[in-house]
Design a protein around this ligand. Sequence first.
Ligand SMILES: NC(=O)c1ccc[n+]([C@@H]2O[C@H](COP(=O)([O-])OP(=O)(O)OC[C@H]3O[C@@H](n4cnc5c(N)ncnc54)[C@H](OP(=O)(O)O)[C@@H]3O)[C@@H](O)[C@H]2O)c1
Length: 289
Amino acid sequence: MSQSVTVIGLGPMGQAMAAAYLDRGYEVTLWNRTPSRADALVARGAKLAETPAQALAANELVILSLIDYDAMYTAFAGAEHALAGRVLVNLSSDVPEKARAAARWVEGLGGTHLTGGVLSPPPGIGSPDMSTFYSGPREAYEKYRADLEVITGQTDYRGEDQGRAALMYQLNMVIFWPAMLAYWQAVALADAHGISASEIAPYASGNYAGMGQFIDFYAPRIDAGNHAGDVDRISMGVASMEHVVHTNADAGVDTAFPQAVLDAFRKGAEAGHGADSFSRLVELIRKGA
Ligand SMILES: NC(=O)c1ccc[n+]([C@@H]2O[C@H](COP(=O)([O-])OP(=O)(O)OC[C@H]3O[C@@H](n4cnc5c(N)ncnc54)[C@H](OP(=O)(O)O)[C@@H]3O)[C@@H](O)[C@H]2O)c1
């Protein structure tokens, strides 16, 4: 354990990470484009560096939590020399190829890059139950593993490919954002009928809690290429989604999101797969059809 760390980027995530390190008694050095975001952490004993170069010079282990990877290049403009010998753990989210390019850039400057993807909102930072994907040099991951477990108690190392942790994070976001949008849609539709978000909350939670059973059922069938329409059929999905679109339209609610789902089901039916399970859509999506 290093017991000393630099945190660069103090949005809600970076602030929570720095606070977690202070909770564990680490010496914490900070830098943020907007210095005032460090005030509460400085009051707790963290040091605020005046420049990114000073923040990098303070510790070998540097945690980066910026909005995206482009912000890293902006933040380190003029401080590139200070990256030599540093281990940059980049917990900013972005696309896999940008993570690979950033790793090459950092390595070219004499530093080490580890890509991370945090599966926790700010209130979960510091929790033993939350998890973060990592990929990049195993040696650096092993060396700092205990320090990284301060951020989330679980770490999930996915190999040397710097893009892999970013990809694993994106796979989760592909599910998370549309799933939440589906919930906002239901809340808006309920609201149009005078039903509150709190009233439908238990039903929405129950719906999401049950999703795991669907994934467990379909995953091995998809891997085996089995899209038999023995449990559900795309033609049934088309009819059901038409009801969803019409129920929203009748209530004067925006239909763009359910319409996109209906369009995907219709594509499956028009491709001749109406009698197949809606898992067949995986193949159509995969082909970009
Ligand atoms: N919030 C979540 O629930 C959550 C969960 C998992 C992962 N993440 C990921 O974690 C990362 C940080 O999230 P956050 O919620 O803390 O985001 P945020 O509020 O957007 O914080 C962004 C940070 O990036 C800095 N920044 C933005 N543009 C910059 C630039 N051009 N140059 C230098 N610094 C710049 C901001 O500085 P200023 O303070 O000066 O604006 C701030 O420190 C993101 O990649 C996000 O996708 C977030």
